[in-house]
Design a protein around this ligand. Sequence first.
Ligand code: GUN
Length: 299
Amino acid sequence: MAYIIDGKKLAAEIKQEVAQEVQGLMGKGIEPHLAVIIVGSDPASQVYVRNKHKACQEVGVRSSIIELSENTTQSVLLARIEELNTDKAVHGILVQSPLPKGLDEQEAFQSISPLKDVDCFHPENVGLLTQGRPRFLPCTPAGVVEILVRTGIEIPGKYIVIVGRSNIVGRPLANMLTQKSDRGNATVTICHTRTRGLSYYTKQADIVIAAAGSPGTIIGEMLNNNCVVVDVGVNRVEDPAAKSGFRLVGDVDFESAELVASHITPVPGGVGPMTIAMLLRNCVKAATSPVSPPWQGGD
Ligand code: GUN
């Protein structure tokens, strides 16, 4: 039976560390400030934004939520982002994804100042990460790595299979885990919807990271005995017994996987809280960095 990793507890530890750093910054007259833009009324996004706001308050990071209506135009969205880019009191900017149909998400992410890009979605920051000299670490991949490190699971030399190739999780995570570092040096395979014989790969893995966005992607019989399973999936499935009519499940069939794995993360309570903790870390990082890069002439 697997050890169930408590992501909430690990995130609480990190939040305490961040709260101390925030206190230090406040002593120097700096109040870290995150601005979150949410467009429209997607219920899942509203929950995510509320959770981020609450976490900011817990550690002393100022949080502003900018709510824009469903029919906001791209130019209004970009203008709001530009206002925040030039606002010296704002250190981190996050545009909650997904945006309503008709808005160009990539253009929005790219218009955020790379120095305030606490999601690490800007191409400049993705490039720096890829070269092994990150400005920010992307929140969910960083949360996964932090879970492994804080649980005492060695990464160097391991064979890690990531299922899912998204720009938010799979690809940056593979990049981080293959860097020459004591949090990297793993051998990584990215599998995806066109992979033939997924079990062939997962069966050999020391660590399986499921980030496919589909329930039941991984079941116990696809796993190697005593492997580590990290479930990044957050899927709503109908549940008439639940008050809301749905419940959250990951990409892993927990019941069968926990019989085979040595360690497993639950959903909810695994990677999710760690993602938010990493966002807070990035806000502190953004608040301590120079306002402009030297090649732009300083501020
Ligand atoms: N929507 C779901 N996850 C994320 C995230 O990590 N960042 C942003 N901006 N939107 C999201």
